[in-house]
Design a protein around this ligand. Structure first.
Ligand code: GLU
Length: 427
């Protein structure tokens, strides 16, 4: 069957990240064994909403922000995925991230379709009041497009538990009753789940443990380098340090710090709490953040922006494992270079950072039942799911003599596409 759309035409969705997501999808289509006709629609989102968000700023000026929500598929359940506040947010970026969310939910086997949203703004330059106004107005504009059985948001870059609380409140006020299930990643006091805040970082480290066991790398005599010290990066750093791994370098938007003997993570965390950045941490020396990625180490963890491993640095990485805690940190060209280099095992984003959405699912389930689990139960279930999924991907990669990304994408896409194919095309 010949796909009808022009395969090079990305239309409104065109952006580097969307192209990257589609290239990854196209590369594994044949392996899924699914009819190309059923796959064709999945190259693009099911539907998107773009809204304008007018806000009276603290200085009395009115500014208009652009907000986006993209639902890649609703075949397996409500859309699920984060809401990002960042100056680079646009339709193309959010759409690429929605595709990745789709494969991630498919890979884990969650009853959700992929979705993603964002507001184009710089949260570091906004007051809490302005952030609240943006969030509430964005939520109002999105009311016809979201719902606990339609599309459920969660924190992503630049958003947190407070932003989720405002969305929860705005939505509930609007419909007239309490709907905690409208978002996940809420604080525990507001019907969130224990262990959600730490879930993504913990999941990253569970994957690292699985990879290390297969490569015979003892965690307690290894080195890690972590790019990004937000929610995901900081928890990953703490969790891996607990296992005896030396975290030799960490970066954030302002700079990077290095200590070959290992950074004291508790002290670094306190330093970040009081200064807002890793920069200037006493027991370390500054290092160029780009050079930091090229340090010799066992585990390199990009936990910040996308496309940070690219064709110019991919061939110079000196890690054994590249654990993609961020979404889309490796470009297609870089991926090709890494595939040729047997020395680096890449744990792909849709596997490596799936702990967050997995515990979001636990939160959604607990909110349906209004019956809450203890943290041990959350962590045990998370660990089992992450380890089983890693094993499934690893086994496919060995059986089909391919890399872990190809294996993970094949499993994730096959799950989404086969459900679509079974349900059939409407009308
Ligand atoms: N933003 C996270 C992600 O990219 C979590 C999404 C969620 O919990 O729904 O996976």
């Amino acid at each position: 069957m010949t796909p009808s759309s022009n395969r090079q035409d990305f239309g409104e969705f065109d952006s580097p990240l969307f192209r990257q997501a589609v290239a990854q999808f196209d590369a594994v289509q044949e392996r899924t064994g699914i009819d190309p006709g059923a796959l064709e629609r999945l190259r693009f989102p099911k539907r998107t909403a773009i809204v304008t968000v007018p806000v009276k700023m603290d200085n009395g000026e009115t500014r208009v922000f652009f907000g986006y929500r993209v639902q890649h598929s609703l075949t397996s359940g409500p859309g699920k995925g984060g809401l990002r506040y960042h100056p680079r947010v646009n339709l193309g970026e959010v759409s690429g991230l929605a595709l990745l969310m789709g494969w991630k939910c498919g890979l884990i086997g969650l009853p959700f379709g992929g979705a993603k949203g964002g507001v184009n703004c710089d949260p570091t330059e906004l007051s809490q009041r302005e952030l609240e106004k943006i969030t509430r107005r964005f939520t109002m504009e999105m009311i016809p497009f979201i719902g606990p059985d339609i599309d459920v948001m969660a924190p992503d870059m630049g958003t947190d538990e407070q932003v989720m609380a405002w969305i929860y409140d705005t939505y509930s006020m609007q419909v007239g009753y309490n709907v905690p299930r409208i978002v996940t990643g809420k604080s525990v006091e507001l019907s969130g789940t224990k262990g959600r805040r730490e879930a993504t970082g913990r999941g990253v480290v569970y994957c690292i443990e699985e990879a290390a066991a297969r490569l015979n790398i003892p965690l307690n005599s290894s080195r890690a380098v972590v790019q990004g010290f937000g929610n995901v990066g900081s928890v990953t750093t703490q969790e891996i340090a607990l296992r005896g791994t030396r975290v030799v370098a960490v970066s954030d938007v302002r700079g990077a710090v290095y200590n070959p003997n290992g950074l004291d993570i508790a002290k670094l965390t306190n330093h970040v709490r009081s200064t807002g950045s890793v920069q200037g941490f006493a027991e370390s020396e500054p290092i160029d953040p780009e050079e930091m990625l090229l340090l010799e180490c066992e585990f390199l963890v990009p936990a910040a922006l996308e496309r940070v491993v690219h064709k110019d640095n991919a061939g110079h990485l000196r890690c054994r494992v590249l654990a993609e805690a961020a979404n889309g940190p490796t470009t297609v060209e870089a991926d090709r270079i890494l595939k040729e280099n047997d020395g680096v095992l890449v744990i792909p984003d849709i596997l490596c950072n799936a702990g967050g959405v997995t515990v979001s699912y636990f939160e959604w389930v607990q909110d349906i039942q209004m019956f809450f689990w203890d943290e041990e139960e959350v962590n045990q279930r998370l660990k089992r799911i992450m380890s089983d999924t890693f094993r499934a991907c690893y086994d496919v990669s060995i059986a089909e003599k391919t890399d872990l990304r190809t294996a993970a994408l094949t499993l994730g896409i096959r799950r989404v596409a086969s459900r679509k194919a079974m349900r059939g095309l409407f009308p």
